[in-house]
Design a protein around this ligand. Structure first.
Ligand SMILES: Cc1cc2nc3c(=O)[nH]c(=O)nc-3n(C[C@H](O)[C@H](O)[C@H](O)COP(=O)(O)OP(=O)(O)OC[C@H]3O[C@@H](n4cnc5c(N)ncnc54)[C@H](O)[C@@H]3O)c2cc1C
Length: 382
């Protein structure tokens, strides 16, 4: 057994952590307050090459292994969740199916510019009546000659209103539920594609979230992202573990940011003649937070290592996301308590972490969906 990161991974962490501290942390409060996409930061950050993190070097990527990718997700989220969410969408979910199934021309047009930050990507699963239950997807794709015609409305789409291209989940036969699902590439400017309502959110602000409306959108045959009809859900399975572990890594990032602020406050805030960190009840909070964050870290990086080794890890990835997210929620809550009334003030950061942490509960499986899955996995068929 060896729980250490490699020298390259350690170096990577140091480099990205320094970049986050210098480039992102100073802008995080403003991103949250304005709730606008930080274009200047995006352009500056794109130049560093991280948007090609998980794609091969031959196409301009970094070819990072899954453990290194988790280091990145953790560190960038420590800086700003809103910015991290947009960046991670370009790196992972928004480009994966284009990388996997896109023709050379599509990759040239969409993937490569997205890896350079010149184009913004998104993925569209969710609809009004289908979130966890993808089988209830109502967006339809109908073949007409050598074109596909898409109709429907997607909800809660990160980067939606600013995306240059979208990977859209649609059904070719609603009665087949999960077996009718397929992915299609829809590019900005395609007639019939429009953006509906932009959503105002509690946290993860700065990542622009909204509706995507498809009204008789016609796309060429080659925009079908798959090699067999009805396999959309199978393809999701290829990155589901990575999405879950990535969300666990994001949880570590938020928890660390909050925890550091908690420590600083507990060391300097004086009550009854002592720094509050000297009181047993406050120390107990840090003991619990430190222990649970360490346990989260072990689950997240162990699951990442399983992915890297190509070993099955559906249960481990679900555990990593569920535990790290719940730990994060606990840490941000404790830190706002430690900060007393200041934890309730807009002027300080703990309230931002408290709001941001809740965002982690949804994508990649809610707490209930993950718990149910883990329970079924361990009990087995009865
Ligand atoms: C900030 C943000 C950004 C997002 N970005 C995107 C995006 O880019 N693209 C995209 O497609 N989606 C996106 N989403 C949507 C996200 O993927 C969904 O919120 C998620 O899939 C859950 O779906 P839902 O919100 O409809 O909840 P539902 O599935 O309706 O669940 C509601 C509640 O019921 C519970 N529940 C559901 N089924 C069961 C069950 N079988 N057993 C027990 N409990 C159950 C859930 O756990 C939850 O508590 C985003 C969401 C947020 C908040």
């Amino acid at each position: 057994m060896d729980f250490r990161l490699t020298e390259e991974q350690e170096f990577f962490r140091k480099t990205i952590a320094e970049t986050v501290d210098k480039m992102i942390v100073p802008k995080a409060d403003e991103i949250d307050e304005k709730d606008e996409f930080p274009w200047d930061l995006w352009r500056e950050f794109s130049k560093l090459g991280y948007l090609g993190l998980r794609y091969p070097e031959e196409i301009g990527g970094m070819n990072a292994d899954p453990v290194t990718a988790m280091i990145f997700y953790e560190e960038i989220t420590r800086g700003s969740v809103g910015f991290a969410q947009s960046v991670i969408m370009n790196i992972l979910m928004g480009t994966y199916f284009v990388y996997r199934f896109g023709s050379d021309a599509i990759k040239e047009r969409c993937l490569l510019p997205a890896m350079r930050g010149e184009k913004i990507a998104t993925i569209c699963f969710t609809e009004d009546q289908s979130g966890s239950d993808l089988g209830a997807t109502r967006t339809t794709a109908v073949k007409d000659g050598n074109e596909w015609v898409l109709n429907g409305t997607k909800m809660w789409i990160t980067n939606g209103p600013i995306a240059d291209f979208a990977t859209v989940l649609a059904t070719t036969d609603p009665s087949l539920r999960m077996k009718g699902l397929n992915f299609f590439l829809v590019e900005k400017g395609t007639p019939g594609l429009s953006y509906g309502q932009r959503l105002s959110k509690l946290g993860c602000r700065g990542a622009i979230t909204g509706e995507l409306v498809l009204d008789n959108v016609r796309i060429p045959e080659e925009n079908f992202l798959g090699d067999e009809l009805g396999k959309g859900v199978v393809y999701v399975g290829e990155i589901l573990d990575e999405i879950r572990v990535m969300t666990g890594a994001m949880a570590l990032g938020i928890a660390r940011a909050a925890y550091e602020e908690g420590l600083e406050y507990a060391r300097k805030r004086v009550a009854f003649g002592n720094p509050i960190g000297r009181y047993q009840l406050i120390r107990a909070k840090f003991a619990d937070m430190a222990t649970e964050m360490e346990a989260s870290r072990l689950l997240v990086y162990y699951a990442a290592w399983l992915i890297k080794e190509g070993l099955p890890c559906r249960k481990e990835a679900a555990m990593a996301k569920m535990f790290a997210t719940e730990t994060c929620l606990k840490v941000v809550d404790e830190v706002t308590r430690i900060w007393g009334a200041n934890g309730f003030a807009h002027e300080y950061r703990p309230q931002r972490h408290l709001r941001d942490a809740r965002f982690l509960l949804y994508g990649g499986g809610t707490h209930e969906i993950l718990k149910d899955f883990i329970g079924r996995s361990v009990i087995g068929k009865i």
